[in-house]
Design a protein around this ligand. Sequence first.
Ligand code: COA
Ligand code: AMP
Length: 646
Amino acid sequence: MTTHATWTDSIENREQFWLEAAELIDWTKKPTRALAQHSETSWEWFPDGELNTCFNAVDRHVLAGNGNRTAVIYDSAMTGTQSRITYAELQDHVARFAGALRASGVQKGDRVLIYLPMIPEAIISMLACARIGAVHSVVFGGFAASELAVRINDAAPKVIVTTSGGLEPKRVVEYLPIVDRALHASTGTVTTVIVADRERIAGSAADYQGGEVEYLDWKEAEAKAEPVAPVPVEATHPAYILYTSGTTGNPKGIVRDTGGHAVALTRSMGSIYGIEPGDVFWSASDVGWVVGHSYIVYAPLLAGATTVIYEGKPVGTPDAGAFFRVVEEYGVKVLFTAPTALRSIRREDPELEYAGQCDISSLDALFLAGERLDTETYHWANDGLHCPVIDHWWQTETGWAIAANQRGTELLPTKPGSCTLPCPGVDLRILDAGGEEVTEPGAEGNIALKLPLPPGYLKTVWGAPERFHSSYLEEFPGYYSTGDSGYVDEDGYVFVTGRTDDVINVAGHRIAAGSIEESLVQHEAVAEAAVVGVRDNLKGHRAYGVVTLKHGFDVAAEGLERELIAHVRDTIGPVAAFKDVAIVSRLPKTRSGKVLRKTIRQILDGEDYKVPATIEDRSTLDEITALGPANPDIPHTQSVAVPIAV
Ligand code: COA
Ligand code: AMP
């Protein structure tokens, strides 16, 4: 079937289409229905099915006689470690670690917070949770203690699984002091911290024993534990919580269900990526992000493929050939990464000399997501790597691609700048500000998805179902609002052009401008702050803060900017990559007090802008102009105020 026919089938014969897809996994109780729609905004996938995701990702491959197949390849460019875990070994580790969680009191439905770098323990602990029906919440290692505390408070976990240390190129990330600080700053639901000791890179469980929270060493806990068999759960049982930035400083805990998640991800491996059991699939992301959840951990293993967990960077560990070495060494068939990773390679090795020194002939396709793929990077990779470069569009909320060139179904001609066609089950429309559908090809608007959402997409926001409605379903009744704008061309190809809200995408990571603003105003010197996303050659965008100071603080104070940057790093974490702040006497505002963030961004990006008729004081814009362009490397003209009729 063609991509288009498959898509039509998924919408017009929804029940049959998804029940057929459900055949790809093993159920302890087979669903008789695909979708139960309770109301326009409430539905359940496979409502009467029961299954265990860990069984599907691990045990069933062992039972089918593939226990000796490699499930996980661990490659650490940081330590030089390389190891392989077969499906049978993975089953043993996961069953035992599930036993260790049980021994720490974790039952079905309890939350386990996982705060780990890119080591196999991350995969094992996520699957161990799934094995006993516990709900994991993985937090990316680049977040600081206060962000970790916010997530502990919201998810209320019983157990935290962490490590003695993470390795970044220029430093060791000390996880245990961060966990300790977060525990002191949060409500006391956590009874146990299990520590995967990395040869005492930075402390161990023993350093923290004796307090109210019990600290256990991973290896000892696993060795003592009784292996546990997979526990069947309802298809509607929450699989996990993953926090993502909203427009405010308060992250949203995206919740996915178990059945829809397992079915959609298993199907996607064949239909989108063209991966068969035994193939090597590498998602060069991080387990802390959605791409890592879906395509480092769950989908490749559900499909019986081999997944690579890579601890390192695309450049500098040790050089721009790192990705190509991994492709060659393990015979990677499909690589999935973010455009920013390619831009970093291109900056160091524009002629792809490193790639030329490696045999990367195993590579059938390069998939990209996480941010807009600029056409220059697309052409560079497409011309240089001799395999299709496929852009696909994603969100933490959706868990798998919204639109993609689905090479396992049919590889369609690529159009640079487009993520090709909507995936099965995605009824994508372009809506104007009033919610009216825009059908004219090429006309830009809000991208919305007609309800119900496909299986595997978010089910709710943890502990705040009203936030699910207010954040996603209220803006356009009957639709899920993606927060992205874009258009559909005459061939039905989707083009995503940007966000419609204050979310900034930094190196494929989503950061809320609001949370950086909140952090800045917490500083004793800051009166007001406006944070905007300016263009960045490498990271796509980066956050730029403009602040005013409280009375009595000196605008020219030595080192204040540095202090503010350090403060944001301390409260949000290095992942915010916040390096630009400027102090002004007043922020540009409308007469009603609204900060003119768009105009600030346009000026800093060197774009032409319109002076809003309602501006309070025009000279505030001159002060922003005087700061100069945020990115002198990007060619642009000096921004000019375009006169408008008042
Ligand atoms: N734990 C602790 N700190 C982390 C971290 C982690 N897991 N990951 C990143 N950081 C730190 C970095 O060390 C850096 O700190 P620094 O300011 O002390 O140098 C900071 O967070 C910013 O990190 P990043 O934005 O990743 O910049 P970088 O210079 O380390 O690397 C790229 C740049 C382009 C190589 C990198 O961003 C990359 O590979 N991106 C791919 C994006 C991706 O995987 N996206 C997921 C969606 S597909
Ligand atoms: P995250 O939830 O962190 O994965 O970020 C999701 C956001 O990243 C989306 O809403 C888009 O704004 C952006 N994004 C992801 N993939 C793409 C893509 N292929 N093209 C354009 N934008 C993308």
